[in-house]
Design a protein around this ligand. Structure first.
Ligand SMILES: Cc1cc2nc3c(=O)[nH]c(=O)nc-3n(C[C@H](O)[C@H](O)[C@H](O)COP(=O)(O)O)c2cc1C
Length: 332
């Protein structure tokens, strides 16, 4: 599959854009474990134009994580065009992705993100203007529609394609669903079967295992899949998915100690990439660790989880991980 002239190989598996999650440290790890392309956290067009330092930080890419997409959101033509130009000249991303899918009130409620599903005319106008304003390939990530009475994705996909976007990611939920219920992949498959659609379709929603990843490719015919929440605390899921897609076998060789070492590296990378302070790097990463599926099902684990969430330094976090390894993992 290609986006513009970026070759992503066959059956690409993307790391979803996730605010407060897909910072550079995490993207680098996911890339290392086989993510075909990674996406930045979404960045507000208005904040970029005002040069808000956190937004400029968010669009900083390292060559090691390429191909990488920077995602922007906003609600008017001029600011989205200006933001896309800033992103292109400052970050040189491989792809600029437009967010027409964020459901949260402070974004969608103001007409940006998924809010634009209620105003497709403006969505298309902005998309076309951004495509025309930059040389970088532009893609879109969106949802099925505003609510179950307005599933517009099939027509919308054609219209977005006509604006010149080079790939479309579809999260199989409506805005009203937020993150509840199950993602519905049927409309994604329908877009993929639409003979008018020639751009790659990236399917997204609830992929949480290598088996489900394969099923999404096989049943819905998508060109690529995108994984979000299932990466929390287990960036190695990309290696597991890749292996399964390639061989049809589950990858059993990743030991719990190896996985703990990955988490230790994630801590170090988070502190290194976080320019502000050790504490802010730790605050960012400790939630990931506490949520890691690696610790699921370990009896009496609660106090360790709380200790992880309270840790303030690398040393504290490492000594908790050492204790977990000695108490629960090496004694398995
Ligand atoms: C914490 C969190 C932050 C997210 N931030 C973004 C974002 O910045 N941009 C975006 O397009 N989607 C964002 N999403 C949505 C995900 O990219 C993805 O579409 C959604 O989680 C469904 O995929 P999943 O079931 O694999 O998690 C976010 C989701 C979560 C859970």
């Amino acid at each position: 599959m290609t986006i513009g002239n970026i070759n992503l190989g066959s059956q690409p598996v993307m790391l979803a854009p996730m605010e407060d999650v897909t910072d550079q440290a995490f993207r680098l790890l996911c890339k290392e474990f086989g993510a075909s392309m990674v996406y930045s956290e979404f960045v507000s067009a208005d904040a970029l134009i005002r040069s808000v330092s956190r937004s400029l930080e968010k669009i900083t890419l390292s060559d090691l994580e390429r191909p990488a997409a920077v995602q922007i959101y906003g609600r008017d033509v001029d600011s989205m065009v200006e933001a896309a130009r800033i992103v292109e000249s400052e970050a040189h991303p491989d792809v600029i992705d437009i967010n027409w899918g964020c459901p949260v009130k402070k974004v969608a409620g103001k007409g940006a993100g998924a809010g634009m599903l209620r105003n497709p005319e403006l969505m298309l106008q902005i998309t076309r203007a951004v495509v025309d304003a930059v040389k970088t390939p532009v893609t879109v990530k969106t949802r099925l529609g505003w609510d179950h009475n307005s599933i517009i994705i099939n027509t919308l996909a054609e219209q977005l394609q006509d604006c010149g976007i080079q790939a479309l990611t579809i999260h199989g939920r409506t805005r009203s669903q937020m993150y509840t219920g199950l993602a519905d992949w049927e409309p994604i498959g329908e877009v993929k079967r639409n003979p008018r659609i020639t751009i790659p379709i990236i399917g997204n929603g609830d992929i949480d295992s290598p088996e489900r990843a394969k099923e999404c490719f096989d049943r819905y015919g998508v060109d690529a899949i995108m994984v979000g929440r299932a990466t929390f605390g287990q960036p190695w899921i990309f290696r597991e998915i890749r292996h399964y897609l390639l061989t049809g076998q589950t990858l059993d060789s990743l030991t719990a100690s190896w996985k703990l070492n990955v988490l230790r590296r994630q801590v170090l990378q988070s502190v290194e990439c976080n320019k502000k302070s050790e504490l802010s790097g730790i605050m960012h990463v400790r939630r990931h660790l506490a949520a890691s599926p690696l610790f699921k099902g370990i009896p009496n684990f609660r106090s360790h989880r709380i200790a992880m969430l309270r840790a303030e330094t690398v040393d504290q976090l490492f000594s908790i991980l050492d204790e977990i390894e000695h108490t629960f993992i090496l004694t398995e």
